[in-house]
Design a protein around this ligand. Structure first.
Ligand code: ZN
Ligand code: MN
Length: 510
């Protein structure tokens, strides 16, 4: 059993009066290529352990690697999207260290010759004055290619850590999966906003990878992982303090929390006259603290040397320029453009983003609905339903075409709002398209004006007191009569039409 001691911390707001943070973010992105970085093994997630391996990714003596061309193209596209320069010539390097989940005892990575370098990414955080957004430019030092390691499982202990475990299992399915590591330059000048900037950066990076379609960027499955370097320096100083590196922070929220915690912990150590131990830290999601990992000095000797079994990568200008033409619209600019096109307020757009519904609304509008109607359904009933079921809204079985069709049925006067909700329920339950559900459930507004007039006449006759009020000038009292008419029609009437008929029958101007 490891015992967890609580370390001293300084309240976040207080430490900012004395210290300025510097962050360095290292994000590993697993590429979604069909095969591994240096062999033909498949890359599917969650397969039978060690079923996707071969002599190359198991590091057998004499096995020779071959570079995955698609992975190189993805690396170049990522570099270009991050405004990096692309190296006309670069090499892989061996990073030597011993770890049981790394069968070759070295990781094939890149060292002083990364494929992409010197870029930047603009990220947005809510402006200090609460109005609109503020832009923060994160400088990118490099993006390089490497391979993932295998995965160890420690069995028998209480914590799942190696300490106290009875035995350990290693699964090499992940060994050799292509990774791109994206490293920022020290991020300073953000002060109190530093943890938010870090979270916004990882979020923007995730959006960008998705838009590029190079990774499924699932932080919870580890296909995107963030290591956060944190240090503090006294305000006014320009010398970076000693840093710690918090490993594998696996959600956006954790990125922000882990950095806040480390800043608070560093401040307590420095205030007490101590010095920060340069080390890796483990983030604990449940308790919201980090604990000590292993010491890590700058002089850590990985004995890097150029990989002799792989030829250098030299992408031609033509290839780079062709890949540049495949870049998607920048996700942040795209959001701005769509917000204008759709005439959504900042608040409405935020709801849409939070619901993960941008693409859905775009497709629903293309299928013929108005932006307002598309937003109403996707961020309203459907977002609530998805939230209740713990599913992404895209997994409800409702398509943009369904919502556009539902909208047409309302526009055409066949359904009112509450009937449309019932129809949507049917679609979610797999009963068919909106028209099929409306037909099967006999949901249709009564188009027979005679029947509606008869109901109006009956309601007027039954409510002389309400009629008196309306005729005395209180037109809003008509609401009670409309309700009674809708009830008489079993909800299958057009409420606006009922109102019109009531006022017309009573000879009152609406
Ligand atoms: Zn293999
Ligand atoms: Mn790495």
């Amino acid at each position: 059993m490891t015992t967890m001691t609580t370390e001293a911390t300084v309240p976040f707001e207080e430490l900012l009066t004395r210290y300025e943070p510097a962050l360095g973010l290292e994000v590993h992105v697993e590429l979604n290529t069909a095969t591994k970085m240096f062999c033909g093994c498949a890359t599917g997630f969650g397969q039978e352990p060690n079923s996707q391996t071969c002599p190359i990714c198991l590091g057998m003596p004499g096995a020779l690697p071959v570079v995955n061309a698609t992975a190189v193209e993805s690396a170049i596209r990522i570099g270009l999207a991050l405004n990096c320069s692309i190296a006309p010539w670069c090499r892989f390097a061996r990073k030597n260290y011993f770890y049981p989940d790394m069968p070759k005892n070295f990781q094939t990575s890149q060292y002083d010759e990364p494929i992409a370098f010197d870029g930047w990414l603009d990220v947005e955080i809510p402006a200090e004055d609460g109005e609109g957004m503020a832009t923060f430019r994160v400088q990118i030092e490099r993006a390089h290619m490497e391979e993932d390691t295998g995965k160890s499982t420690h069995v028998g202990g209480a914590t799942g850590r190696i300490q106290g475990a009875d035995y350990s299992l290693v699964d090499y399915n992940r060994a050799g999966i292509p990774l791109i590591e994206i490293v920022t330059r020290p991020l300073t000048g953000a002060g109190a906003r530093a943890p938010e900037v870090a979270k916004a950066y990882v979020s923007a990076l995730r959006d960008l990878m998705r838009a590029l379609d190079v990774s499924d960027v699932k932080m919870e499955q580890g296909s995107m992982r963030c290591d956060a370097n944190v240090s503090l320096m006294p305000i006014g100083s320009t010398t970076l303090g000693t840093r710690t590196e918090t490993k594998n922070v696996n959600s956006l929220r954790s990125v922000e929390r882990a950095i806040r915690y480390e800043m608070s912990r560093h401040a307590a150590v420095l205030d007490g006259g101590g010095s920060i131990l340069q080390e890796t830290r483990h983030w604990h999601e449940d308790t919201g603290v980090t604990t000590s990992g292993r010491p890590k000095s700058d002089a850590d000797d990985y004995r890097y040397f150029p990989e002799p079994d792989l030829v250098p990568v030299a992408a031609s200008t033509e290839l780079v320029e062709r890949l540049r033409t495949t870049l998607p619209e920048n996700p942040a600019l795209r959001r701005k453009r769509l917000q204008e096109e759709w005439s959504f307020t900042d608040l409405e757009m935020r709801d849409v983003i939070n619901a993960g519904a941008i693409e859905l609304i775009e497709e629903t509008v293309t299928a013929g609905a108005t932006p307002a109607a598309a937003r109403k359904w996707w961020t309203g009933d459907l977002a609530r339903r998805a939230n209740n079921d713990g599913l992404p809204v895209t997994d409800l079985g409702v398509t943009p075409a369904h919502i556009a069709e539902l909208h047409q049925l309302i526009q055409a006067g066949r359904l009112n709002d509450s009937m449309a909700r019932q129809v949507l329920e049917g679609v979610v339950s797999g009963e068919g398209t909106p028209t099929q559900v409306a037909d099967a459930r006999r949901l249709t507004l009564v188009q027979d004006d005679g029947a509606l007039q008869a109901a109006v006449d009956a309601v007027i006759a039954a409510n002389p007191d309400v009629v008196e009020k309306i005729q005395g000038g209180k037109v809003q009292a008509a609401g009670a009569l409309i309700g009674a008419v809708m009830k008489a029609m079993r909800g299958q009437a057009d409420a606006a039409k009922a109102r019109e008929l009531i006022l017309e029958t009573l000879g009152v101007e609406g």
